[in-house]
Design a protein around this ligand. Structure first.
Ligand code: ASN
Length: 568
């Protein structure tokens, strides 16, 4: 986990500390009250032996403070301090302050190995989440921390939080916005404030800590988020301000909903009950949501519970899917809110794309599709990522082995988002397996209309033949899926069988009394009056067998039911 630092011989790391405000830096005033005092923190650090090693000689013009040597931390951490003016209580923070932090990180990015942001605990998780999105292509650690009791008070949690944040920022190459609090290293966009009094005030209830500090600093390397594309670091300084969090409560009125969802609202995070429940039988409430979605408001829903997730897998989910409300799965309210503000501020994405991006994990803030049953669908994404990042000839081989299986698994789950992800990672959705069967064959066979539509729109050929000469249309006929048959026909699917073969099939179906299947054939373009080699039609056979149901079904399709066979 050690990382290239500014001066490798001396094993030093430079960390830029941005002090925004909050309890951590407060001092007692003349009346003994705690208050934020500007321009004294750096001097106080200088005088504090656990914050500054006076003996260590720094080879720099700049006045760095130096963290005392720490066993097991290979890099000596040199740090400087930039203070906000005025210092801000975290309850007064918002988009403007996040922008200031982001700009400061952007301005100094290349000069430092890591960053520590000191701010109040109340909205610390919001800041960490916002920074996670706004710092794009981040490849250095940014730690956000604070304290319940100020750092220079006798019983303070601030010292431990600050010193450990510095150590992590200087010694571990974790390219994420992190929160350090109460001995835990948390992913910033998974963190939330859980306790107003405890020294363990922040946690990430839906995601394990990325590390812990105790006797040693332990990093859980496997949990570190590594994006699948390596983009250059940039700062995104805009966030949409007309975004809000609406907590649903028993008896919420239509007027309250209406007021909240009305202009100028652009995005709303609905905090629903439990596993994503909403009073769906109150149509007037739903109408407000429908209207807002139609107006172009992006509505995402999450749970009010800190642990667990929502998805389209229950009654509310099905209704929300139909209305166009996006599941936020297991995102915290802080992550959902700041992600929405970030996504809505991106001019390069249109609304359908913004909705799609809300479903993706941009910084590891969300676990998507945890509810899918097939072979753990997250595994699909994991394998796809790995394939995408592999290189050389083996990659080609692995891709041709794995991708068809991954695509098939996504189709089985009816998960078009996963199909989109796989396409992004390089899977060829039109690929066929050793039997010449494509994902579209499978989607038609399984009746996954959403996947059929997606695959067609992604350019998959509709008339592809497998080695048994069967097309996706045959699969839809065999499962009597009329919606899929119609969809395929709208995209130029053709029944490819020779007339004599079709006539044989019609005969076989007639003999077995399969009226529904005959109708599927007809819808797919078969001519029910086709005659076989002996000149006999399905109606001949139906009459011969005395099958009234089939005769009744066939009659309206024969203009001349008195057609003669070869025997007259
Ligand atoms: N009110 C403080 C804040 O700025 C609370 C704290 O830092 N513990 O959030």
């Amino acid at each position: 986990m050690s990382r290239p630092m500014c001066d490798c011989n001396k094993k030093e790391a430079r960390v830029h500390v941005i002090y925004v405000g909050g309890a951590i830096g407060m001092l007692r005033d003349d009346n003994g009250e705690l208050a934020s005092e500007p321009n004294v923190l750096a001097t106080r650090f200088q005088e504090c032996p656990s914050c500054h090693d006076k003996e260590y000689k720094v080879d720099s013009e700049e006045p760095f403070l130096v963290l005392p040597a720490v066993k097991d931390a290979p890099f000596r951490v040199l740090y400087n301090l930039k203070e906000f003016s005025p210092l801000i209580d975290s309850s007064c923070m918002g988009i403007a302050e996040w922008k200031m932090i982001v700009k400061e990180v952007g301005k100094t990015y290349k000069d430092f190995d890591g960053f520590v942001i000191l701010q109040g605990t109340d909205t610390l998780a919001y800041t960490a989440s916002a920074l996670a999105f706004m710092l794009e292509g981040l490849n250095k650690p940014v730690l956000v921390t604070g304290a319940q009791i100020p750092i220079f008070e006798a019983r303070s949690d601030g010292r431990d939080n600050f010193l450990n944040a510095l150590l992590v920022a200087g010694n571990y190459n974790i390219p994420e916005v992190l929160v350090f609090f109460g001995g835990k290293i948390l992913r910033g966009c998974r963190s939330t404030k859980i306790n107003a009094e405890s020294f363990h005030a922040l946690d990430s209830p839906n995601f394990p800590p990325l590390g812990r500090t105790g006797f040693k600093i332990e990093i859980n390397s496997r949990q570190i988020f590594r994006p699948c594309s390596v983009n250059k670091f940039t700062v995104h300084c805009e966030l949409e301000k007309n975004v809000g969090l609406l907590r649903i409560y028993p008896g919420i009125s239509v007027d309250v909903m209406k007021a909240f969802l009305s202009e100028p609202m652009k995005g709303v995070v609905l905090q629903t009950f439990g596993a994503g429940n909403f009073p769906i039988h109150q149509e007037e409430l739903l109408d407000q949501l429908r209207e807002a979605v139609l107006r172009g408001v992006l509505v995402v829903y999450i749970s009010q519970c800190s642990t667990g997730m929502v998805a389209y897998n229950n009654e509310t989910g099905k209704v929300f899917q139909e209305v166009g409300i996006i599941p936020g799965y297991d995102m915290t309210e802080e992550a959902a809110f700041t992600k929405l503000a970030y996504v809505l501020s991106k001019p390069e994405w249109d609304l359908p794309n913004k909705k799609k991006v809300m479903l993706l994990s941009l910084r590891g803030e969300v676990t998507t599709n945890k509810v899918a049953k097939i072979n753990d669908i997250d595994l699909i994404e994991g394998v796809a990522r790995t394939l995408h990042m592999a290189s050389g000839t083996e990659q080609k081989q692995m891709c041709s082995t794995f991708y068809p299986a991954l695509v098939a698994a996504a189709v089985c789950a009816g998960d078009v988002n996963k199909l989109g992800d796989l396409k992004q990672y390089g899977a060829d959705l039109c690929d066929t397996n050793c039997d010449g069967r494509s994902a579209l064959h499978l989607a038609c066979f399984l009746g996954k209309l959403n996947c059929v539509c997606y695959l067609i729109s992604a350019g998959c050929p509709v008339n592809v033949h497998d080695r048994f000469n069967r097309t996706p249309l045959h699969e839809a006929i065999d499962t009597d899926n009329h919606k899929i048959i119609q969809t395929l026909l709208q995209h130029d699917a053709k029944l490819n069988d020779q007339p004599l073969v079709q006539a044989e099939m019609l005969r076989a179906l007639t003999e077995r009394g399969k009226v529904a299947r005959l109708e599927s054939f007809r819808l797919a373009g078969a001519d029910l009056t086709l005659a076989d080699r002996t000149g006999r039609t399905a109606l001949h056979y139906a009459c011969q067998l005395g099958n009234h149901e089939v005769v009744e079904y066939l009659m309206p399709h024969y203009q001349n039911p008195y057609v003669k066979d070869e025997m007259g």
